[in-house]
Design a protein around this ligand. Structure first.
Ligand code: SF4
Length: 264
């Protein structure tokens, strides 16, 4: 059961420290996708919530509209610490309303989601002067996906969404992250998405303090044979595995002439 609350905020817009983005817009606080590895869990400490991450959602109601002059050709990221197309977006439509304002302002927009609901807004995405629609994958195995991202859409549904976006002329990106050692079949994700993807972004699992225990418990429960490796990588901070994987992926994308950024 997810506790949903509407909360007034001054504005949806916040300055972004993410390279390439002037602003970030997070229409919601919390995220019902409930990914085990979610780095945005730290947001709980800025709220009064006692529920676990994924069990609450604050629906932000901004008191002032976005200012078009401020956003003209500014690069806006939707979103950085929530999923703008979480299942409650169907009911509240905040992301759609915000996108309409961004289209009026002629902002440059990058969207990142794990939901096929993004295709609902193709009409607005097409009105933006620059737009990139990103779908995020942490694996190509649906059993793993259901365990680790229980509230998010299936792999097939996300691929269908990519296909639809691409067919409507929207520039698409696939984020392969986080790479889970021995679990994320990054090459299969590329094979499945390649016909509909303009660019790839690939990153490893970065183990923040808030997710260390849940991830290690998860590995112990479902993939106990991988526990020694995970201990080496995340408790003993061994780097050889990552160096080798980074080298392998870089060589692959170069050989396949893929537009890709590898962040580790
Ligand atoms: S979709 Fe993104 S913001 Fe939502 S729980 Fe997963 S990682 Fe966190």
């Amino acid at each position: 059961m997810i506790k949903v609350t509407t909360v007034p905020v001054k504005s949806y817009l916040s300055k972004s420290k993410i390279p390439g983005a002037d602003y970030a817009i997070n229409p919601y606080i919390g995220c019902p996708h409930k990914c085990l590895y979610c780095y945005a869990k730290y947001m709980i400490k800025f709220s009064a919530h006692t529920e676990a991450w994924g069990d609450f959602l604050d629906v932000k109601i901004a008191q002032t509209p976005l200012r078009p002059a401020q956003l003209f050709h500014a690069h806006v990221l939707l979103s950085s610490v929530t999923d703008p197309y979480n299942p409650f977006e169907q009911k509240y439509g905040l992301t759609r309303k915000i996108l309409a304002q961004l289209a009026d302002a002629q902002a440059y927009v990058s969207v990142l989601t794990k939901s096929p609901l993004i295709v609902r807004d193709i009409d607005l995405l097409q009105q933006l002067p620059q737009c990139e629609a990103g779908l995020s994958f942490s694996g190509a195995d649906e059993t793993l996906r259901a365990r680790i991202e229980p509230g998010a859409a299936s792999i097939c549904a996300k691929i269908e969404a990519l296909k639809t976006l691409h067919a409507h002329g929207i520039r698409t990106a696939v984020m392969i992250a986080p790479l889970l050692p021995q679990l994320t079949d990054w090459e299969k994700i590329i094979t499945l998405t390649r016909p509909y993807t303009d660019t790839y972004r690939i990153d490893r699992l970065n183990m923040r303090t808030t997710i260390l225990r849940p991830v290690m418990d998860f590995i112990e429960m479902y993939y106990p044979h991988l526990l020694p490796l995970y201990r080496d990588l995340f408790l003993r901070q061994q780097t050889e595995y990552w160096d080798h994987l980074s080298h392998t992926i870089r060589a692959y994308v170069q050989q396949e002439r893929l537009a890709a950024e590898v962040f580790f």
